[in-house]
Design a protein around this ligand. Structure first.
Ligand SMILES: [Zn+2]
Length: 254
């Protein structure tokens, strides 16, 4: 902290973190975009000719499980090449310092865990996990599956497996959603990072926290639904902002 001019928004966020007793983070695609992970909101690149629903819906999977798995394997290869950025690392460091209690994420890429975050509530599942469509068995994939393994099958019962992510038309995992709202209720500070909050019901979690008495910090380069209820709007991308925050707090990047 010595001889380092602290940019005002960084200083303000540090002050809020210091005063908080139960801070949580709520993250979305923007934090992973800073690691080079595309939003995948719609098919891109080679996949442009498909509708999102063909690649990420129960009926799309029923119609062509191999095609869906190929898309997910392609995404996994992109994510495998990506690295956590200072925003992921800062959240993990704040957690190990006892400041941050949980990360609630809409991302499926596992970058929070790779950065060292322990308490991560995944609202939309995890792309590195497969789930049996018959017996429900779940297992982690260490690397993207190769073409000749697709579509993956359950190692226990041999039935067709699917990516353990939330698709169009599917509800959020009940337990994750319940835990997220419990954390939002307990929180006295929420860092909203890299999400416009348009996807429901996830987007309502920071709103619920605010109504339950938490302060809101909205760290997003673009205006969004949280602007009016946030106690502090930081119009910046996550990675550069948290790089400055870590420097100001004297936290080393791993
Ligand atoms: Zn099975």
């Amino acid at each position: 902290m010595v001889g380092f001019p602290v940019p005002s928004s960084v200083g303000a966020v540090i002050e809020l973190l210091k005063k908080s007793r139960y801070a949580i983070a709520f993250t979305g695609a923007g934090i992973s975009a800073d690691s080079g992970v595309p939003t995948f909101r719609g098919p891109n690149g080679l996949w442009r000719r498909y509708k999102p629903e063909e690649l990420a819906s129960p009926w799309g999977f029923q119609r062509n499980p191999r095609l869906v798995w190929e898309w997910y394997a392609w995404r996994m290869r992109i994510i495998a090449r990506a690295r956590p950025n200072p925003a992921h690392y800062a959240l993990a460091a704040l957690e190990s310092m006892g400041v941050l209690k949980a990360v609630i994420t809409q991302n499926v890429d596992g970058l929070h865990q790779r950065a060292g975050s322990k308490r991560v509530i995944e609202l939309h599942g995890n792309i590195w996990r497969a789930r049996c469509t018959r017996c429900g068995h779940k297992w982690l994939l260490k690397e993207p599956p190769s073409e000749d393994e697709l579509p993956l099958r359950c190692p226990r019962c041999g039935a067709l497996a699917r990516p353990d992510v939330v698709w169009f038309g599917e509800p959020l995992p009940e337990r994750a959603l319940r835990e997220a709202f419990e954390e939002a209720e307990k929180a006295d500070l929420v860092l909203v990072i890299g999400t416009s909050g348009v996807v429901e019901p996830a987007g309502s979690i920071p709103v619920y926290a605010k109504r339950s008495g938490a302060k809101l910090v909205n760290i997003n380069p673009e205006p969004n639904r949280y602007d009016d209820i946030a106690d502090l709007n930081v119009r910046e991308r996550a990675a550069p902002f948290f790089r400055k925050l870590m420097a100001s707090m004297g936290i080393a990047m791993p």
